[in-house]
Design a protein around this ligand. Structure first.
Ligand SMILES: Cc1ncc(C[n+]2csc(CCOP(=O)(O)OP(=O)(O)O)c2C)c(N)n1
Ligand code: SF4
Ligand SMILES: [Mg+2]
Length: 286
């Protein structure tokens, strides 16, 4: 068996056979390789959920934090060591539900991280409750009469907040997903990639076939710098557009604007604390 730099052999996962997480894992590994990254250059941070287990199955640096907290952890990792490539991984419940507030404020800060959401429109790990992206009417053991809320639209929210890179792809389309992931990781600033991912066990509505029948590629003529056109695409009803919606290449990244990097580029993690400064702050607080 051939082995790539990000492979763990033998790979043992707790995912169900046929789960959409498998192609995402494979695409991540091949994208990291294509970008010439090494496991030491990379940190993959996650929260809790089936998607949140992804970094366990990758050979690289990883941090598995609390449910919904991958984004602030990833922001901090990038801020203290800007030389690393930092990815935050998670599910729709993790990133848009429990971690939703972090998503909003990270978009405002624009850290140079890539947020990858495995959007299977359900809570997989906890056995099939509705998530923020479940369709209205979706029946579960908890939502026995069907979901009554409008589904959360992550792309429209991200574009409205001027996220600097916004894209959606489908786990069943490896070529397009790999292209989107490559562009997202190369992008300087906050990148959101929502990947439509079937959960074969707990979501019998949004299956591989359903997604295939309900997606449509964004027109090649779409101008990714046009925010209003991107928002219109994100708000479109009917088929789900897939591809790159929006890119703002002008926004400075969070870590570039931090006052601690004004006088020196030396990463924070190698600096000695300035005890004189600490003493001054403590004195002022007395
Ligand atoms: C604070 C907190 N609340 C709730 C949970 C229980 N919990 C764990 S994962 C999860 C949702 C998982 O759904 P999603 O993020 O969509 O990931 P998936 O399993 O579908 O990949 C929930 C509610 C938890 N671990 N911690
Ligand atoms: S429960 Fe769903 S998301 Fe979790 S491993 Fe199984 S198919 Fe994948
Ligand atoms: Mg989910």
């Amino acid at each position: 068996m051939t082995s790539g730099p990000f492979d763990i052999n033998p790979l043992k996962t707790s995912w169900c056979p046929g789960c959409g997480n498998f192609p995402i894992l494979e695409m991540l590994k091949s994208t990291f390789e294509k970008l010439g990254l090494s496991p030491a250059d990379l940190v993959v941070v996650s929260g809790i959920g089936q998607a949140g287990k992804t970094p366990h199955y990758l050979k690289c640096n990883l941090f598995n934090g609390l449910h919904g907290r991958a984004i602030p952890l990833a922001t901090a990792v990038k801020a203290v060591n800007p030389g690393l490539t930092v990815i935050a991984e998670g599910g729709d419940g993790d990133m848009y539900g429990e971690g939703g507030n972090h998503l909003l404020h990270a978009i405002r800060r624009n850290p140079n991280i890539t947020v990858i959401v495995h959007n299977n429109m359900v809570y997989g790990l906890t056995k099939g409750q509705a998530s923020p992206t479940s369709s209205r009417g979706f029946k579960t053991g908890i939502q026995v009469h069907g979901v009554v809320s409008e589904p959360f639209n992550p792309l429209a929210v991200a574009i409205a907040l001027n996220a600097s890179f916004v894209a959606r792809s489908f786990a069943g389309d490896r070529e397009e997903t790999s292209r989107v992931l490559t562009r997202a990781i190369e992008h300087r600033g906050f990148a959101l990639v929502d990947i439509l991912q079937p959960c074969v066990t707990f979501n019998k509505i949004n299956t591989f076939k359903w997604f295939k029948d309900h997606i449509e590629p964004i027109d090649a003529k779409h101008d990714t710098a046009n925010r209003i056109a991107a928002l219109e695409l994100a708000l479109r009803t009917g088929k789900l557009p897939v591809g790159i919606f929006y890119i703002d290449g002008e926004r400075p990244a969070f870590e570039e604007t931090l006052p601690v990097y004004e006088k020196s580029d030396e990463p924070l993690f190698v600096r000695e604390p300035d005890m004189e400064e600490v003493r001054k702050i403590l004195e002022e607080m007395k």
